[in-house]
Design a protein around this ligand. Structure first.
Ligand SMILES: [Zn+2]
Length: 336
């Protein structure tokens, strides 16, 4: 009996000692003045290569990265606000968690067109900050032609299905193109839609967009309705809701059911441009006031400037603002 009690005491004592070791996060005694070391690398947002000699400022302290962009900074345990500056690059304000994993911190080269980036990537939220899909959306393809309604921008509003059907071959072509565009517009961060769901709503049924999905549909009366509304020919549109709650995001790509019913190669060429532009809207990209850009004119291809913008957009968190300020609460070395 006495022996068993002793064993229990020993066991309890060793567990307690381990718990103290884990809680401290290091072998040194913890206290209000203790610090921890965080390592990282400063990289070029476009090339991915190292940025040599960047200065990382954390409060009154600063460290300089090596020629390989590597740095080590000592911080008090917290989510520290840091500024990183380097010649030829836009200074970035971000958060660094200490203790935390190795940080890779990308900087935007000054040659990058920030004004263009603001229009393309930061205008859609209405707050001048970036807002994007954080995970690949589901693609819902509606094969029943639906009726256009005047509330065309409202992704929450369903559409009433007609008895008309879109040919399977046209749907296959459209899905294949949207898959390619998803990869392109996400700078290859997404390798494809989370899934592709084909839907055939019954006549009179309402085609609604589930959360986390982008819907593509052919709408009867879209061209006539939009042209009358805006006074210029419009036969497609794209949109998304502005929720920052990512799991509730919804997007829409709508094509006029007559203008985009043609299977000919000529119309397919135009459809490719239009789909990419409207998927751009569903992605959160806004119109630009200057070209070349696929969001400047509907029938322009993706430019080198667009591609650079996609790369930066997908390296930044929701809420990133001009010139390159990450939101408070964000840590560059914490997984999302
Ligand atoms: Zn547009």
């Amino acid at each position: 009996m006495a022996l068993r009690l002793t064993r229990r005491e020993l066991l309890a004592g060793s567990v307690s000692a381990i718990a103290v070791g884990c809680g401290g996060g290091s072998n040194s005694p913890t206290g209000p003045t203790s610090t921890v070391s965080v390592t990282g690398q400063i990289t070029d947002a476009l090339t991915g290569g190292p940025v040599p000699g960047a200065i990382l400022q954390a409060g009154a302290d600063s460290v300089q990265a090596g020629v390989d962009g590597m740095f080590e900074v000592t911080l008090t345990p917290a989510l520290a606000r840091v500024t990183i500056a380097a010649p030829g690059y836009v200074s970035r304000d971000t958060g660094l968690r200490a203790p935390g994993p190795h940080a890779v911190v990308s900087l935007i080269p000054v040659s990058f067109d920030l004004q263009f980036f603001d229009e393309l990537c930061r205008g859609y939220s209405g707050s001048g900050s970036s807002l994007r899909w954080m995970q690949p959306p589901v693609l819902v393809v509606e094969s029943s032609v639906v009726n256009w309604t005047d509330s065309y921008t409202d992704v929450e509003l369903g559409r009433t299905a007609t008895g008309e059907q879109i040919p399977g071959q046209l749907i296959d072509q459209t899905v294949a193109q949207l898959q390619r565009d998803l990869v392109l517009l996400s700078a290859e961060h997404f390798t494809g839609f989370a899934s592709v769901e084909r839907r055939t709503s019954p006549v009179g049924g309402r085609s609604e967009i589930p959360s986390g999905a982008i819907e593509v549909a052919w709408e009867r009366g879209l061209a006539a309705g939009m042209t009358a509304r805006w006074g210029r020919p419009i036969d497609a549109y794209g949109g998304r809701n502005l929720s920052e709650t990512v799991s509730q995001a919804k997007g829409r790509v709508a094509l006029d059911s007559v203008q985009f019913a043609d299977m000919s190669p000529v119309s397919a060429g135009r459809r490719d441009f239009v789909l990419r532009h409207e998927l751009g809207h569903a992605f959160g990209y806004g119109h630009t006031t200057v070209g070349p850009s696929f969001m400047f004119r509907q029938l322009l291809g993706v430019s080198a400037r667009d591609s650079d913008a996609f790369k930066v957009f997908f390296q930044r968190p929701i809420g990133n603002k001009a010139p390159d300020i990450d939101p408070s609460g964000f840590a560059v070395n914490a997984t999302a």
